[in-house]
Design a protein around this ligand. Structure first.
Ligand code: FE
Length: 333
């Protein structure tokens, strides 16, 4: 009798260890094929709850130790740092993650790990002469860009992290002066997402915009959106100094993960060749591991010797609050 109940307990534990629960800011339909590969390789089932990054973090906070989430998969170093600050993550010591991901693209306390890299770039309308392209992101604050710039709202973490990068590289005062200059150069009050900015440039509402490059990949892959995407060119700035602003999407283990072994296996799977190829080919992002290949489409706008500001990435979250205050002070809605 006792043996049987021990066996049942053992089976129960084994069954539990065969699944992992993920809170994901990527839509389930998008990421399901990748998780199915993981299940095929390991026998571990993946359950996904999808929501935007802010909602995922609030949920983790509210659920506390009762959370079913083992792993969180989210975008932007700002969001990853916010989760760490909210004390809902735990450190993971993994030789696989440590050796696959360069140190500037992971948390110094191993509480989160970048799994893909993205560039936030300037796009210019093809009708604009390339001699007008900014060499530095800082140049966009110059008078010659007055009334010519489209960019989304400052409530978006992409802009908050971009400004955080400017604070890191140039200091808070210069960052505020820059943000003031951008507001002065707005072609319109910020509206819409990154794709809306690309459309606005294509439609002649502005000459320059700031966007994450994978949105170009999404648009170019969709016959309905491709014509507008073909009207712009990518400008990588700050190539002679810090490199173009870079950011990551990343993965972390929750503080109260119940399936820790399976969770770590899933995290390690995200730097495998198949997962990195998925980020490159299906998401139009930059793979993060040294041996993974950037997709042909992404390569079409990315020079081989492009320089990204990887050094700032792990510190972006630390300047999020400062950048939000600057946006408020300069009236960037
Ligand atoms: Fe995005």
């Amino acid at each position: 009798m006792r043996l049987i109940s021990l066996l049942l307990i053992a089976l129960g534990t084994a069954a539990q260890a065969d699944s992992v629960n993920v809170y994901s800011s990527r839509g389930e339909s998008l990421i399901r094929p990748l998780f199915d590969q993981f299940t095929e390789q390991t026998g571990i089932d993946v359950k996904v709850l999808s929501a935007d990054p802010g909602a995922l973090l609030s949920r983790l906070r509210l659920e506390g130790s009762a959370t079913p989430a083992d792993v969180i998969l989210t975008s932007d170093a700002g969001n990853l740092a916010a989760a760490k600050d909210a004390n809902v993550l735990q450190a993971v010591d993994s030789d696989i993650l440590e050796s696959a991901i360069e140190s500037s693209l992971q948390d110094k306390d191993n509480q989160w790990f970048g799994v893909s890299m993205r560039g936030r770039v300037v796009v210019a309308a093809n009708r604009v002469d390339p001699s007008e392209d900014p060499a530095s992101i800082m140049d966009l604050a110059d008078d010659k860009y007055e009334g010519r710039i489209c960019v989304r709202s400052s409530s978006n973490v992409y802009n908050q992290s971009m400004l955080a990068g400017i604070i890191i590289n140039h200091g808070e005062q210069a960052a505020e002066t820059w943000a003031q200059g951008i507001v002065k150069n707005f072609a319109r009050i910020p509206e819409g997402n990154d794709r809306a900015q690309i459309n606005a440039v294509a439609e002649g509402k502005c000459d320059f915009a700031m966007i994450n490059t994978y949105y170009l990949g999404i648009m170019l892959s969709d016959p309905a959106q491709a014509p507008n995407a073909r009207e712009v060119r990518v400008v990588f700035t700050d190539q002679a100094s810090t490199g173009n602003h870079a950011n990551v999407s990343g993965i972390a283990m929750t503080k109260h993960a119940k399936n820790k072994v399976a969770a770590q296996k899933l995290m390690e799977f995200m730097v495998s060749e198949s997962a990195q190829t998925w980020y490159a080919d299906d998401n139009h992002e930059y793979p993060i591991t040294a041996n993974a290949k950037t997709s042909a489409l992404v390569k079409s706008w990315t020079p081989d010797d492009v320089k990204f500001d990887k050094a700032a990435v792990a510190n972006l979250g630390a300047y999020n609050a400062a950048s939000v205050k600057i946006f408020d002070r300069v009236g960037w809605p």
